[in-house]
Design a protein around this ligand. Structure first.
Ligand SMILES: Cc1cc2nc3c(=O)[nH]c(=O)nc-3n(C[C@H](O)[C@H](O)[C@H](O)COP(=O)(O)O)c2cc1C
Length: 312
């Protein structure tokens, strides 16, 4: 009679994923073991699997796994599992959100002489990010020249020239980094919808404000007024304390709102789309302040007074 592998699979699984005892896997996997993700098509050997588990455990140190079910056939085993953990460190290039997450998967194991020779998993790392509300954009988040890039890149100068024809306002996007206010100048603000009140802003990942912004639950967006030319320079710079010379106050959730702005809002971050160099933050507005001050206008690197606009 065939011996059940269930206890060994369960104990090995929990030892590796929950305790970080990666070498426990050696007792369960055959020498030619491979694991293929159905989501990405990527195949790794046991070293790759160990690296993947180590990366997940590093980012989610309190990872806890439940084996929901194990269904055994003659030469195949199906494992259904649920994992929970707190996003404490960088994972797949995404800074810690501090959020707790639950993710589920199912694996099909092919056996050979009582060991796992092949594994197919319905899950890959992006599922964890998706569960955190972080979605890579298809074809953009793929590595340089990688799968999904099926269009030739547009000439950079053409793209810049196109953007120079677009007129925007200027905002300062803010957040709190612990007790320290942080912010950067951004003209990528856009209203998404009025009902529900959604807005978006795109922030470069290399910005020093980015890590704090990414892990915040809320952010502030200040539409600058015509009197705030100096404020743009400060927030477009890498100055250490950009708020030192400014008057500002906190929104209801603590986001810094700049006094003298044409308008300010505080919004709850709902999605963090990964667009390679930038993250698109989609936010639900929870609070807004509107002043009489005319907004600043920005076009092709220059700033203008909106009170002087000529109507067509
Ligand atoms: C008018 C204007 C618009 C800008 N828009 C954006 C933007 O939408 N997103 C972004 O990431 N950076 C934008 N920048 C650049 C940042 O403000 C700049 O890189 C800043 O130094 C970042 O500061 P930090 O690294 O301290 O966060 C803009 C700059 C200016 C002057």
């Amino acid at each position: 009679m065939q011996q059940t592998l269930q206890p060994l699979i369960t104990s090995t699984w929990l030892a590796a994923w929950d305790q970080g005892e990666l070498d426990a896997l050696d007792g369960l996997m055959a020498a030619d073991y491979t694991r293929t993700s159905k989501a990405t098509g990527a195949t790794v050997d046991i070293t790759g699997l160990k690296a993947e588990i180590a990366a997940v455990r590093e980012a989610f140190p309190d990872l806890r796994t439940t084996i929901d079910d194990i269904v055994e056939g003659a030469e195949t085993v199906a494992v259904f599992w649920t994992s929970t953990g707190t996003h404490t460190r960088d994972y797949l290039g995404v800074p810690a959100t501090g959020l707790s997450v639950q993710t589920r998967g199912s694996n099909i194991l092919i056996l050979k002489e009582g060991r796992i020779t092949r594994e197919t998993v319905t899950w890959d790392g992006s599922e964890l990010l998706a569960a955190l509300g972080i979605r890579p954009l298809r074809g953009i988040a793929a590595p340089e020249g990688g799968a999904g890039v099926d269009f030739p890149e547009l000439d950079v100068n053409m793209m810049k020239a196109f953007n120079r024809q677009f007129i925007t306002g200027v905002t300062v996007v803010t957040t709190m980094d612990g007790e320290t206010p942080k912010g950067l100048a951004a003209n990528s603000y856009c209203s998404v919808s009025i009902e529900p009140p959604l807005v978006l802003v795109c922030v470069q990942k290399s910005s020093s404000t980015y890590p704090a912004l990414f892990s915040s639950s809320h952010l502030g967006i200040n539409i600058l007024g015509t009197e705030q030319k100096e404020t743009v320079s400060v927030f477009a710079s890498k100055a250490q304390d950009k708020f030192a010379e400014l008057d500002w106050h906190e929104g209801p959730k603590g986001s810094p709102l700049l006094d003298g702005s044409a308008a300010s809002l505080e919004a709850e971050i709902q999605e963090r789309f990964q667009a390679r160099t930038h993250t698109v933050f989609i936010c639900r507005v929870r609070h807004a302040e509107i002043a009489d001050t005319p907004p600043m206008v920005y076009k092709a690197g220059r700033f203008y007074d909106s009170a002087e606009l000529a109507e067509l």
